[in-house]
Design a binder for this molecule. Structure first.
Ligand code: ATP
Length: 267
């Protein structure tokens, strides 16, 4: 299977042009627009010419097996590792440092959650808002998080490290949302969680989107990710090998054979 998207040809607009452009008038309506991205670790190249777009208010799934390069992609987007290629966010070149990427509203929920285990749920959520100075709005957002994740409301004083895996995942997502991101990238949300909890988290994902947050969902659980996504991409050994609507990918015989446990769809 070959790379699914032609090389990006959208040039960086000249300064004056960029300043004149306002929402809705940009050349691309993508919130995140990645073209021909290469990245890896030292001598080892992992990502090879990855191109993808995420449009405002979409849920986009990036699926693929263990070691395909999905986490590496998120690290490259978050500027935690160096990359080659172009990444544009909201019509502009993405900043080049992790702090600045966070500041423009692109926030990652890392694999394994990485909570502050010895801090309470509420302290973790407040850490998500550490760059914000609007105390009254932060208080309002805490209430909003407890509305989205009622289980966290019951556990707001509990140490994050003492909660179940599903509750910790909710806490990690709520912490990310406290930064008021425009794009939330979630890495392996379902890993190690019971199906009933995964379903609950997927439902929550649609609610988060309804509140105006765009989501890039990176998942090994292809069925779970496609069940909630609008569109998806399939990554294999660092390359995008398929892209399409979530329904289209779910019914693609190759995707079914490789990822959805279809043993009947023979040659
Ligand atoms: P998983 O869901 O298992 O994490 P993935 O699709 O997210 O899979 P990556 O974690 O991006 O895959 O790994 C892609 C490749 O990069 C693998 O071969 C992995 O061994 C390698 N890799 C990942 N992290 C590092 C690192 N810090 N240093 C060197 N190689 C790494």
């Amino acid at each position: 299977m070959s790379s699914a998207r032609a090389p990006h040809s959208d040039p960086v607009p000249a300064r004056g042009e960029r300043e004149r452009s306002v929402a809705g008038e940009r050349s691309s309506n993508a919130l995140l627009d990645i073209a021909t991205l290469d990245a890896g670790y030292g001598e080892m190249q992992v990502l090879r010419g990855v191109s993808l777009v995420v449009r405002p208010a979409e849920i986009v799934a990036m699926v693929g097996g263990n070691g395909a390069g999905k986490t590496t992609l998120l690290r490259a987007i978050s500027r935690l590792i160096p990359s080659r290629g172009t990444i544009r966010f909201d019509g502009r070149p993405l900043p080049t440092t992790a702090d600045d990427v966070f500041a423009v509203g692109l926030v990652q929920v890392p694999e394994g959650r990485q909570l502050f285990d010895r801090m309470s749920v509420e302290e973790n959520l407040r850490m998500g808002a550490y760059r914000r100075r609007d105390a009254s709005e932060i208080a309002g957002d805490l209430d909003r998080m407890y509305g989205i994740f009622p289980r966290l409301a019951d556990r707001r004083r509990q140490l994050a490290g003492s909660m179940s895996g599903g509750e910790q995942q909710m806490c990690a997502m709520a912490r990310a949302l406290m930064a008021r991101p425009r794009l939330m990238m979630v890495d392996e949300m379902s890993l190690g969680l019971a199906p009933v909890i995964v379903d609950l988290l997927l439902e929550t994902m649609t609610r988060i989107r309804a509140e105006g947050v765009t989501v890039l969902l990176v998942e090994q659980d292809v069925h779970a990710a496609l069940s909630v996504a609008d569109r998806g991409y399939v990554m294999e050994t660092g390359e995008i090998v398929r892209e399409g609507t979530a329904r289209g990918l779910e019914s693609d015989p190759e995707v079914q054979r490789a990822y959805l446990g279809d043993v009947t769809g023979g040659d």
